[in-house]
Ligand binder design. Sequence first.
Ligand code: FE2
Ligand code: FE2
Length: 332
Amino acid sequence: MARELTQLELLQELEPVAEDNVNRHIKTAKNWNPHDYVPWDEGRNFAELGGVDYDPEQSQLDEVAKAAMITNLLTEDNLPSYHRVIADNFSMDSAWGDWVGRWTAEENRHGIVMRDYLVVTRGVDPVALEEARMIHMTNGYDPMLAAAGRADELEAHADELGILHSVAYVTFQELATRVSHRNTGKACNDPIADRMLQRIAADENLHMIFYRNICGAGMDISPDQTLRAVTDIVTNFQMPGAGMPNFRRHGVLMAKHGIYDLRQHLEEVIMPVLRKWNVFDRTDFGPEGEKTREELAAFLEQLGKDATRFEEMRDRALAREAAKAAKQAQAS
Ligand SMILES: [Fe+2]
Ligand SMILES: [Fe+2]
């Protein structure tokens, strides 16, 4: 069996790939300004400055759009947790350090613009939003450990959970946030919000490509080891933002209304990336890698079944709600 590479060896071997991809990213990324995406003339003071405080009637967003906006913004707000994972597992030297800085600065824009939009348009309660941000950020979150399902075994596996797990995690996470932002934009029913979230989603896509290329190069350099990390992440993946206040309730609403559901997770996030890495057709896995691939395939098959079951339940629930609404309309 091929020897597993150490974290240091992986960083060294993958450094030229990181350098090429930082350069490609800088050439491709668009510089944009958050203030250009916010309808400032809709804004007015809150009570503290002689105006009026938030009232739910002021919001143009329905419950689904609100839940999605809050979830997506809190995820962006929690950038320090994500930065910590990336900074801890990447080197801060050379191209690795350049990427960590650049990516962090770009991510920060997302939280800035979404918060400005929501406060100016009074889309959500700014006090509740701030309370949720405080809770979520104070708790912190180690997305990688949680996603790798090994939070309880940190000591035993600390040296296995390194760069490969982190790049695998962020590859899927960036793509998941891309899907979620895009669909939230549509759900807001406001062309300004849609444009803003399209802009953010385009950034997330470029971030995903960076991490996907690094992880893909890892798959070529050390196939069995990389597939193990990918499989750990895929089989334990939690939606970005797990653990934030109301996450379950908001997650259910988002899944029920097609902002982010199991089918999208499987077909728009997991499968395109696995196909890009050619996971199911490659011939360079050793016996361990072959075993891991079978484990991954079985998991994906089950995920497909779970997605179908969820869709059936959702269709029935939505039909019941529609029938109830029709009955109420008739009665009134
Ligand atoms: Fe982001
Ligand atoms: Fe991103």
